[in-house]
Design a protein. Structure first.
Length: 425
């Protein structure tokens, strides 16, 4: 039995999958946003800050547990699928799952010991104890989503995280609010953990069954040394990206306290509605970039990249303008006290627009064997963001943290685009 290639028409297929992913991801984004609004209303400001702080740590730790194999599996599986290498495809899927699940258990134990030692009297500690159970669950969800994305199943790769989890959490939260009224952060952290367990279990079953139908039943083949080498570099890339996204929020929580981190998170979540477009473009473009590079079709690669870049910029500008005009009433949905985050929202939106101008440069470099450059830039950007946030948040509050986040995002996007132009395009 032979495998049919799934990536034959890069640009037309790109717009099809971009449309599918945009509908799912933006629907999920608005659903996630609605979930955050309701959580903020169901909890006090301090409890919402604790809840957000705990889940920022879960996002970072699950990235550590992924050990680079979430991104590496997309790169290798997309290429193996395109080149009809079924044995290698089975091998990378099996090896990736084994590595990340073992890693997730180890990471969770180390994090638990560190939190108990360093945050003994912190208001964040009880919530973190519960949230750590979600690290292995989210890690498995991420690797299954990566497998689906590499196979070209864009809707399947995002439905569990973007739609399934928020729906389950909204339902659970509504029941809790009806029964108990305003409850603590720990209750909703546990509810979020339960939501992840449900959607991850369903997604894992669906992905396994579809893989069994899509790939011929052949013995798995392995290139562990090559995979581990690439995954290690992508690990630093993924970790630095996650630190850049969540590091400023953690610093705000530690420096300014639970109430201010709640305000800052609302600004970040709202601005993310614009940033989703670049995230979607990166996710959709990765398997196509990998396939085009494998075919050594430089002209089509440049054409595809230009198309993706312009489409991304236009969409981000439109969403950012709408959020700039409607920012105060949108923030007010969380509660009247959250309108104070409006200046931070404007700063973050500006950063998303400028970063979108440079297009999916990170994906281009990652799929083009330039992981070292991406990892170096991303790591430097993450460290700079944390240091700048520590200084600016201490002096200018959440607006200072927003300046740090937006500035470092633009700087890293610019540097990656310049390197991509010189080495690949």
């Amino acid at each position: 039995m032979t495998m049919r290639p799934t990536l034959q028409l890069p640009v037309p297929g790109f717009f099809r999958d971009l449309g599918i992913m945009s509908v799912v991801r933006l629907s999920g984004g608005f659903l996630l946003f609605a979930t955050q609004v309701m959580l903020a209303r169901w909890m006090s400001t301090d409890d919402f800050g604790i809840f957000s702080f705990a889940w920022m740590w879960v996002a970072i730790l699950s990235t550590v547990a992924g050990f680079g194999y979430v991104a590496a599996s997309v790169r290798f599986l997309a290429r193996y699928n395109d080149q009809h290498m079924a044995g290698m495809a089975h091998g990378i899927i099996r090896h990736s799952r084994q590595v990340v699940l073992i890693s997730a258990g180890v990471v969770s134990l180390i994090a638990w010991a560190a939190f108990e030692l360093l945050l003994e009297n912190s208001p964040y500690l009880p919530g973190l104890r519960i949230a750590l159970f979600a690290v292995p669950v989210l890690t498995l969800l991420n690797i299954d989503s990566a497998v689906a994305r590499a196979m070209g199943w864009m809707g399947m790769s995002t439905i569990a995280e973007q739609i399934g989890r928020p729906l389950v959490l909204l339902a659970a939260g509504a029941v809790l609010a009806h029964l108990y009224g305003v409850t603590t952060s720990g209750t909703y952290i546990a509810a979020c953990l339960a939501a992840y367990l449900i959607v991850t279990s369903v997604q894992n079953v669906v992905v396994r069954r579809r893989i069994a139908r899509a790939l011929p039943e052949v013995p798995p083949l392995y290139e562990r040394r090559r995979w581990n080498s690439v995954a290690f570099l992508l690990f630093w890339l993924s970790l630095s990206q996650m630190l850049r996204i969540n590091g400023d929020g953690i610093v705000v929580g530690l420096v300014l306290g639970t109430e201010q981190v709640a305000l800052y998170v609302t600004a970040v979540r709202t601005a993310t509605l614009a940033g989703f477009v670049l995230v979607i473009t990166n996710m959709v473009s990765q398997p196509r970039l990998s396939a085009l590079m494998g075919r050594k079709d430089d002209e089509e690669l440049r054409r595809f990249y230009r198309t993706a870049r312009l489409a991304t910029l236009a969409a981000v500008i439109a969403i950012a303008l709408a959020l700039s005009v409607l920012g105060k009433p949108v923030l007010g949905l969380f509660g009247p006290q959250y309108v104070a985050a409006y200046p931070a929202l404007l700063i973050l939106l500006g950063g998303h627009v400028v970063a979108a101008y440079f297009g999916p440069a990170m994906s281009l470099l990652t799929m083009g064997d330039e992981q070292k450059a991406v990892a170096l830039i991303s790591t430097a950007g993450a460290i700079l963001n944390i240091l700048l946030t520590l200084f600016l948040a201490s002096h200018y509050g959440i607006a200072g943290a927003a300046c740090s986040s937006a500035g470092t995002a633009v700087l890293t996007a610019f540097l990656m685009a310049r390197i991509a132009e010189r080495r690949i395009l």
